[in-house]
Design a protein around this ligand. Structure first.
Ligand SMILES: Cc1cc2nc3c(=O)[nH]c(=O)nc-3n(C[C@H](O)[C@H](O)[C@H](O)COP(=O)(O)OP(=O)(O)OC[C@H]3O[C@@H](n4cnc5c(N)ncnc54)[C@H](O)[C@@H]3O)c2cc1C
Length: 392
């Protein structure tokens, strides 16, 4: 986005990337259906950025989700709003969009220099490791958009953290966001139910700060614990709770569409010759992974206690002990602190050096919020660099 802004203004722009081709994580984001932004009201949209809402608001305001959709359309690709309000490019794929985008950038004169790993500076010049040895590059302005720390095999290794920290720039350590969480399953449950969905369910979670969360969605049982959109959405408060207390206790509502009274009522219906499993399946639709999770949690005696069973169906306790490693997360929290930056995303200590994308210290759930903020901050950094260069 920065190179687009700068090249359209007639500047000589080069994009350096450590990988052999551009946009590998962008392509990966398109694999399960590229969710590029969200159509919900803007105030709600902004709230997804939590503690960084204030910092991102002017930048997102300048590149609203509708503007993003128009930008995608400008690349010859229509978008559509899914039932959840999420916005996808037609066919939900990233490759046609990336292809059209790179083509347009190259037509604007942007030079792509791949297999160039940025190592830092020699005095004011940029140092790159290339297959042909080290290369020193001079630039009038620089935009760093080196990504976070997730899926490092796609290029975003986060090595920039030490390079920038050594230069005295405050960097919040990168942490996993939109990630799975670990818990201890019995061998029986793990072996039989890993990979199975739990849906619909709600997670009820209260943290030590007194904040409460109650969100409905879908989970998947993982060998190590839980993954899926619902737990990703709560990954920030759950992660912080584990950091503060060593673990986080969540409760799963396995029947979010039924009240406790309704469940008690249904469990009290005559069971006849039905086993408890059949009774639960017929009266409440509880089977598969949900039924196994109940048995994982309750003793045989507790399973036979209808009151205990009903309460557990509405609030099944699970202790989460750790996040999965950042390399497996969809995105990362932490990054270059906004206190280091001016309104144009320029590092105050290093005039002419701008920062954009996931390497900035913000996080958001999945739902298109990640790419929107990456694209918007890239554009803002490009505009900032343009304004700064003009001033010079
Ligand atoms: C599986 C998956 C699915 C996702 N799905 C979605 C989705 O549907 N919707 C959504 O909004 N977001 C999604 N995301 C998140 C989104 O892809 C990222 O937030 C976004 O790509 C970050 O953009 P970025 O430009 O900041 O960083 P990146 O896309 O990570 O790009 C950083 C670039 O910097 C390069 N680089 C890093 N260090 C160096 C160095 N030292 N020298 C040279 N080059 C370097 C890397 O090679 C890379 O090309 C998904 C992420 C994953 C992993």
């Amino acid at each position: 986005m920065a190179s687009e802004v700068l090249s359209q203004a007639g500047l000589n722009v080069s994009v350096y990337d450590a990988m052999p081709s551009a946009g590998r994580k962008f392509l990966m984001a398109g694999k399960g259906g590229m969710n590029i932004t969200h159509s919900e009201p803007f105030a709600q949209f902004l709230s997804r950025y939590g503690a960084r809402r204030a910092e991102l608001e002017p930048i997102l305001n300048d590149f609203l989700p509708d503007a993003l959709r128009a930008w995608v359309q400008g690349l010859g690709i229509e978008t559509f709003v899914g039932t959840s309000g999420r916005v996808f490019p037609n066919e939900m794929k990233a490759a046609p969009l990336l292809r059209a985008w790179l083509h347009r950038l190259r037509s604007n004169g942007v030079q792509f220099r791949m297999r160039h790993r940025w190592l830092g500076w020699v005095e004011n010049d940029l140092r790159f490791d290339t297959p042909d040895g080290e290369r020193i590059v001079q630039a009038d302005a620089v935009v760093l958009a080196l990504g976070g720390g997730s899926w490092p095999q796609l290029g975003s290794t986060g090595i920039w953290q030490s390079i920038l920290s050594q230069r005295g720039i405050a960097v919040e350590p990168l942490k996993p966001a939109n990630c799975g969480f670990e818990t201890v399953w019995s061998d029986y449950f793990r072996e039989r139910f890993a990979g199975q969905p739990l849906k619909p369910v709600s997670i009820l979670f209260s943290n030590q700060l007194g904040e409460s969360f109650n969100q409905q969605g879908e989970l998947t049982v993982a060998e190590y614990g839980l993954e899926g959109g619902l737990i990703y959405a709560l990954s920030a408060p759950v992660r912080e709770e584990i950091a503060a207390r060593g673990s986080a206790l969540i409760q799963l509502d396995l029947l979010p569409d039924r009240s406790l009274a309704n469940i008690i009522d249904r469990l009290a219906k005559p069971r006849g010759k039905d086993s408890l499993s059949n009774h639960l399946r017929k009266r409440l639709g509880i089977s598969g992974a949900k039924a196994a999770l109940l048995r994982e949690t309750l003793s045989a005696a507790e399973m036979d206690d209808p009151a205990k069973l009903a309460i557990t169906l509405k609030a099944l306790p699970i202790t989460l002990t750790a996040t999965r490693p950042i390399a497996e997360a969809i995105s990362s929290a932490g990054g270059v602190s906004f206190t280091e930056l001016d309104q144009q995303l320029m590092l105050r200590k290093f005039p002419g050096l701008f920062v954009a994308g996931e390497m900035l210290d913000w996080e958001a759930p999945t739902g298109g919020y990640l790419l929107t903020a990456c694209l918007a901050t890239g554009r803002a950094a490009g505009l900032g660099a343009l304004a700064w260069l003009r001033q010079q």
